[in-house]
Design a protein around this ligand. Structure first.
Ligand code: NAP
Ligand code: MG
Length: 474
């Protein structure tokens, strides 16, 4: 194993203000009731900034601004809206180093991921939907598809800026205006994005950012003057939002949790499969709704695969998110860390065997070593519930039918992976998997042209691609 010298990215490339207001109607202002909260760097617990907590009156103002902007924005020719989106995409590219550092500081994810995955995908989403803005008549939704109006968008903390891009880009391309609430623990890149909108001279009120906790989100999605609700987050909150929206005539898309099966057949190239398993569960500390959190491995290759996997896990570098050699950064919050710890302890008490490589964790901040559980059965809670951390549950199977049955034995249905040399097996198995996305001999591959979304408790509606336009059209 190599020893690496520290290779820190400079945190001085991005300026963080000591406090932030709400972005409403094109400018920042303080909240009406003066409530604030702090966002911390989860790798150090250092306070990064004080952020405004939007109360009901603030959300009312944001929705009103979005409503006022909606008429003129939707009346613009698509080619004019496209110009703004292209401009936003280019500014994101130009400022991507600042944004990557900011995202890693506020979220805890390794800089190599924010720099090489999140930011390029964020720009790609804006470029992609900019391209659709003047071609909506050819998207398959009629000759003159109309926007819905005002979209309320609530996003989680795992990919703060990327989830913003998934929501804002298609909404704007189709002529909607938005009020977006980022997660309480990761508001900074959304506030930076507000500044990008100003720089792009986006008309006031087209994008509004209201920071706050769950109450702010609940008030926003229940607002009577909102036409569309888009949510990404936990299944519990998704259910609550579905109840709030039921019967109101508002359109709703939900992107919720997952418990994806990553299936390795005996003819799979083992080294590549190991890379795919590592990417599937340790990418972004496992804070990924489509993470390959259940490894299903064919019994005849299980020993060989597990020893390769353990060897590979021993080379993973856990630590400072801003170090360019870091593979696994900090867990996003104390609350998430305690949930991961709790489910891992339940895994042990239910009889699964726990293993982590030797690795020293920093003293301050929120950390969890990469972990696998073997001897897991389908009845174990760690095989059924989303852990949302760097924890892999390993199950075995003997036949393809058994693999499919186990893979589908979950309340979720977001994603799955298949590792095999046989193309015919990929097609046959993919066809039987009840999952929105099925990757073959790869995992966690994202592309703005490709639709993403779930079945069952993973939610409904698709984001990305041509399909992603539909959720924002009348
Ligand atoms: P969450 O509570 O569902 O949060 C997602 C977003 O919804 C955040 O912006 C949150 O605000 C907001 N929110 C919370 N309660 C709300 C309500 N009643 N009405 C409207 N919006 C509300 O998720 P979490 O608590 O951060 O994470 C819990 C679990 O959810 C994780 O362990 C994981 O299993 C799952 N999760 C899934 C995804 C995904 O991509 N599918 C992402 C994150 C988490 P606050 O941030 O202020 O609470
Ligand atoms: Mg934070």
């Amino acid at each position: 194993m190599f020893e690496y010298a520290p290779a820190p990215e400079s945190r001085s490339v991005v300026e963080i203000a000591s406090s932030y207001g709400l972005f409403i109607d094109g400018s920042f202002d303080g909240g009406k009731d003066g409530n604030v909260f702090k966002t911390v760097n989860p790798a150090t617990e250092e306070v990064l900034a004080e952020v405004t907590s939007a109360g009901p009156e603030d959300v009312d103002r944001a929705v009103a601004a979005a409503r006022r902007a909606s008429g003129p924005w939707s009346a613009l020719p698509g080619s004019e809206r496209a110009k703004y989106l292209f401009r936003i995409a280019r500014i994101i590219q130009e400022r991507s180093r600042e944004l990557a550092v900011l995202e890693s500081l506020d979220n805890g994810k390794p800089i190599k991921e924010s720099r090489d995955v999140d930011l390029p995908l964020v720009a790609a989403h804006f470029f992609y939907y900019a391209g659709w803005a003047d071609k909506l008549a050819y998207a398959g939704f009629g000759p003159d598809p109309r926007p819905l109006g005002v979209a309320a968008q609530v996003i989680p903390w795992n990919f703060p800026l990327l989830m913003l891009a998934w929501k804002v880009a298609p909404a704007l391309a189709t002529g909607n205006t938005v009020v977006l609430k980022p997660a309480e623990t990761t508001p900074l890149s959304a506030l930076f994005f507000a500044d990008v909108c100003r720089q792009a001279e986006l008309p006031a009120g087209v994008v509004n950012i209201v920071t706050g906790a769950g109450d702010t989100g609940a008030y926003l999605v229940a607002h009577p003057d909102v036409d569309k609700v888009a949510f990404t987050g936990s299944t519990d909150v998704g259910r609550e939002i579905a109840r709030t929206v039921a019967g109101t005539g508002k359109r709703l898309t939900l992107e919720l949790g997952g418990k994806a099966a990553n299936i390795v057949f005996d003819d799979a190239p083992i080294d590549q499969a190991v890379e795919g398993i590592v990417n599937g569960i340790f990418f972004n500390q496992g804070h990924v709704c489509c993470a390959g959190s259940r490894l299903l491995v064919q019994e005849s290759v299980a020993d060989e695969l597990l020893s390769s996997l353990k060897r590979r896990m021993s080379t993973l570098r856990v630590g400072d998110p801003l170090d360019k050699n870091t593979d696994i950064g900090a867990i996003n919050s104390a609350a998430q860390l305690s949930r991961i710890k709790e489910l891992s302890e339940i895994g042990e008490s239910e009889g699964a065997e726990r293993w982590s490589p030797a690795c020293s964790l920093p003293d301050r901040g929120f950390w969890f070593a990469p972990t696998i559980f073997t001897g897991v059965t389908q009845a174990h809670r760690i095989a059924r519930e989303e852990i949302f951390g760097p924890v892999l549950s390993v199950l075995t199977f003997r036949t393809p039918d058994e693999a499919v049955a186990k893979a589908n034995n979950t309340p979720y249905g977001l994603s799955a992976g298949i590792w095999t040399e046989k193309g015919s097996r990929i097609l046959a198995v993919a066809d039987q998997l009840r999952a929105g996305v099925v990757w073959a001999n790869t995992f966690n591959k994202f592309d703005p042209a490709s639709p993403f979304g779930g079945y069952k408790e993973s939610g409904y509606g698709r984001e990305g691609g041509r399909h992603g336009l539909e959720a924002y059209l009348a």
